[in-house]
Design a protein around this ligand. Structure first.
Ligand code: AHG
Ligand code: MN
Ligand code: MN
Length: 316
């Protein structure tokens, strides 16, 4: 079974392999620290709110900030990343190596509402090559790139097992975390999302404010007796749908006209994984990866999973 280090020596990569390895090494070091805290739960004093709000107007949980700090520290140590965009920080963060060639975007802790109740949570990330010259200060435009330009993307899911899922553009790799050896071991490559599925994931509490089309699709799912599965952690809902086939959607609602999920560090990374696995990820207008980001924390209506389910949901 290939270790992550062995996989990173051979996997195709559009860029500098030394930087790829240092970024993935840093990411997994941060993820191991998050894994340790998550697995200690209430014993690690990670439960509860931090008493602050993030730019999203959401109460930050202690683990949101802890995970964010771990990963910023890790990326600072690579010498490969010049700027970071995080869900938890209002503006872009220059690293201690602002001449470096890569940009790192992250949702350090996805599924914050599930931290205190022992339900699966995750970390979502993606990497771009910087656009600005290395001898200049990194700009917001280095971060506001279309998802198509990603060179590395994926997530870590802290669940019954901790798994790392990522792509460099040549298919989707799944690696399990061996807690004894403290290393990630590849368990699957070339993951394919079934083109059809019988699982739909959405927060039906918002149903009355969904569009007539979305409500029509939901009725269709129910008439076909599909299973409703909604964990409240995007990474966990996506991972299950990727392996079994299914559709996750967070459409626009009365409260969130553009939906709730953030383009840069939630939708784009998962959209690339989905497309690499033969699935799709769309807004009602276009493929997620083709959306030109205008703002750091921009939200988009999000439909992702089995190709035919996304197609049908958006064709109604
Ligand atoms: P985060 O914890 O990073 O803010 O993300 C939570 C997201 C996503 O993980 C999940 O699918 C969605 O919020 C759940 O939203 P609702 O509680 O509105 O259904
Ligand atoms: Mn999230
Ligand atoms: Mn988050």
């Amino acid at each position: 079974m290939k270790t992550l280090a062995q996989l990173l020596e051979t996997c195709p990569f559009k860029g500098n392999r030394t930087d790829l390895k240092s970024i993935m090494e840093a990411l997994t070091e941060g993820a191991k620290r998050i894994h340790k805290d998550v697995n200690r739960g209430g014993l690690a004093n990670i439960y509860g709110a931090a008493g602050s709000e993030n730019v999203q107007g959401e109460a930050q949980q202690k683990l949101d900030i802890i995970a964010n700090d771990y990963l910023i520290e890790a990326m600072n140590g690579t010498g490969s990343v010049c700027v970071i965009a995080s869900e938890e920080d209002e503006d872009i963060l220059l690293t201690t190596h602002p001449q470096s060639p890569y940009v790192f975007c992250m949702d350090p802790l996805d599924g914050s509402s599930n931290i205190d109740v022992n339900i699966s949570i995750g970390t979502i990330f993606c990497v771009f090559e910087r656009l600005s010259p290395a001898n200049e200060q990194p700009q917001l435009s280095d971060v506001l790139q279309k998802g198509r330009a990603q060179v590395l993307a994926g997530y870590i899911l802290y669940s019954t097992a901790t798994v790392l899922v990522f792509t460099t553009g040549a298919g989707v790799y799944v690696l399990g975390y061996d807690t004894d050896k403290e290393s990630f071991i590849m368990v699957q490559e070339g993951v394919q999302i079934p083109e059809n599925g019988k699982i739909y994931s959405c927060n039906e509490g918002n149903m009355l404010t969904y569009s007539a089309q979305v409500r029509g699709y939901l009725s269709l799912c129910k008439s076909r007796k599909y299973s409703a599965r909604y964990i409240g952690s995007l990474v966990a809902d996506f991972h299950r749908n990727m392996l079994k086939g299914g559709l996750f959607m967070y459409p626009s609602t009365e409260k969130d006209k553009n939906g709730k999920l953030r383009l840069l560090y939630e939708c784009n990374p998962l959209a690339w994984i989905a497309e690499q696995a033969g699935g799709s990820a769309k807004t009602p207008e276009m493929a997620v990866l083709d959306v030109q980001p205008e703002k750091l924390h921009q939200r988009i209506p999000f439909f992702i999973g089995s190709k035919n389910m996304v197609q049908e949901a958006l064709s109604i």
